[in-house]
Unconditional design. Structure first.
Length: 190
């Protein structure tokens, strides 16, 4: 016979066990719901503060010795905002509701794989930047990351002539991933 606290299957379980199972089931349900929301929204948010319809993205400042790095990163950030932000993108602050300012602080390449001949066959690129989104009229801080770090690796062919080309390709890939990361952080921060 079934008594209060037992399961319908006829198993007699103490009320503390039933309570524990209910707690576990509720925790799993909440975790699954949160995970589902996070999964569905990740990379899809387009929210910026109310009134921000145009974002000015001037060319990032390059404090490194690597030429053209600021151009490549600015182009990629602009492309990502255009694709995901659903706002007008402007090349400077004039007429913008918000301004995204970036300063590239470091550009470092390090060998990560050495061939049998003692030559580097794979390098890692690390780029660190300070990125700030401010409201244009009031200069109010909307988003900030003073130490945005991104890494990427690339292979170097055996011939030395192609290594420069491979580095440029790697910089473009790192810039694209860097931009995706920055724009995602900004859009999902609101």
């Amino acid at each position: 016979m079934s008594e209060p606290g037992s399961l319908r299957s006829g198993l007699d379980l103490p009320p503390s066990t039933i309570s524990r199972w209910r707690t576990i089931t509720a925790a799993i349900t909440v975790a699954a719901s949160l995970a589902a929301c996070g999964y569905r929204l990740a990379g899809q948010s387009v929210a910026l503060p109310e009134g921000v319809e145009a974002v000015g993205i001037p060319t990032f400042i390059n404090q490194t010795n690597r030429p053209d790095l600021e151009q490549r990163i600015t182009e990629q950030v602009t492309a990502q905002f255009s694709k995901r932000g659903r706002v007008r993108i402007m090349a400077d602050e004039e007429g913008a509701d918000a301004v995204l300012l970036g300063t590239i602080l470091t550009y470092i390449t390090n060998p990560v794989v050495i061939s049998e001949q003692g030559r580097a066959s794979r390098y890692e690129i690390r780029i660190t930047a300070s990125v700030v989104l401010r409201e244009a009229r009031t200069d109010r801080l909307l988003w900030q990351d003073d130490h945005h770090l991104f890494r990427g690796q690339y292979d170097v062919p055996a011939t030395t002539d192609a290594s420069v080309d491979q580095e440029i390709v790697a910089i473009d890939e790192v810039a694209r991933d860097f931009a995706r990361s920055v724009v995602t952080s900004i859009l999902e921060g609101f």
